[in-house]
Design a protein. Sequence first.
Length: 321
Amino acid sequence: MRIVALAGGIGGARFLRGLLAAVGPQDEITVIGNTGDDIHLYGLKVCPDLDTVMYTLGGGIHEEQGWGRADETWSIKAEMKEYGVGPEWFGLGDRDFATHLVRSQMLTAGYSLSQVTEALCVRWNPGVRLLPMSDDRVETHVRITDEQGTRAVHFQEYWVRLHAAVDAEAIIPVGADTAKPAPGVLEAIAEADVILFPPSNPVVSIGTILAVPGIREAVAAAPAPVVGLSPIIGGAPVRGMADKVLAAVGVEATAEAVALNYGPDLIDGWLVDTADEHAVAAVEAAGIACRAVPLLMTDVEATAEMARTALALAEQVRHGS
Ligand code: GDP
Ligand code: CA
C-alpha cells in the first residue's frame, strides 16, 4: 500500500510514528512536510517541521518537549548571547545546529531542499520518504495588532516569542502563491492508495501545504480516499494554540468545524475523538464519513490504533459503505 501523509511538526510526527507501527514492511509511506515554519537564523536555514518528523522517526527527538534533539546542550546559544546576538526566544541547541549547518552548506552549494532533506534522512533513516512540500521559499507570516501597531510577524515570532497571546488577524503564507510542489509531491499524491491528514495544525501546517498551487487540486483529484484526524478535541487543541490561527481564518475550534473547513471536496473521511461523538452526525451530513474513536496519542500503541482506524475508514470509503 502506498500511503501519503501531509504533516506539520509535533502532531504530524507523533502520528507518523504510530502509522509506521501500524503498517507492514511492504507498505510505503511518503510524507509531504510543511516548510512554512522555516526560518533563517544566524545565516542558517532552519526547517522545524521537517526536522521534528526526521528526529521523531529517527529516534533523535527530545521526547517530552516534542521538538529538538535528545540530550541537547546549549553552548552555542550561550556564546551567541555573550555577543549580544539573538534571537534569544528561539531554541537552537548544539546538536540541532549541526543539522542546520549541513542543510545550509548544501543549499549554498546548490542542492535543492528536497535533495538536502534526502541527504539528512540518510543519517536518520526515518522509515518514510520525507519530501518538503516545496523547494521554494515559503514563510508563514501572521498579521497582529499590538502596542506597536498593526504589522506582520514571522510565524515563529508569533508562536514562540509571543506565545500566540495576541489575536492572529490573518495568516499569510508568503511565497506560497508562486511556489511549486517539490519533485515527487504531485506524483506521490496521484499514485497513492490512501492519503492521510494527521492531527496537524489545519491552518499553519496542513493549510500551508495545501496553499502550494497544485497540491490542494491534486489531493482533491486523487483517486485515493483522503482521511483526516482531528487535532481538536472537546473544543480545544490538544497541544499548542491552533484555536488562535483557526480564528484568524474564521473557523471555530471544534472537530466538526475543522472537517467542514477542509470540506467534502477534499476529505472523504474524518476521525473525531470520543469526546466529540456529538459531531459525527453533522460531519456525515456534509458528506464526509465520520467515526468517533480515542484520538489522544498517549503512546505509540494508542497512536497505531488511531492509524489503523484511519486506514480502515479509508477502505470503507473506497468501497462506498
Ligand atoms: P507543530 O508544527 O509542532 O505545531 O505540529 P503539527 O501542526 O503537526 O500539530 C499540532 C497539532 O497537533 C495541534 O493542533 C494539536 O492539537 C495536535 N495534537 C497534539 N497532540 C495530539 C494528540 O494526542 N491527539 C490529537 N488528536 N491531536 C494532537
Ligand atoms: Ca509547525
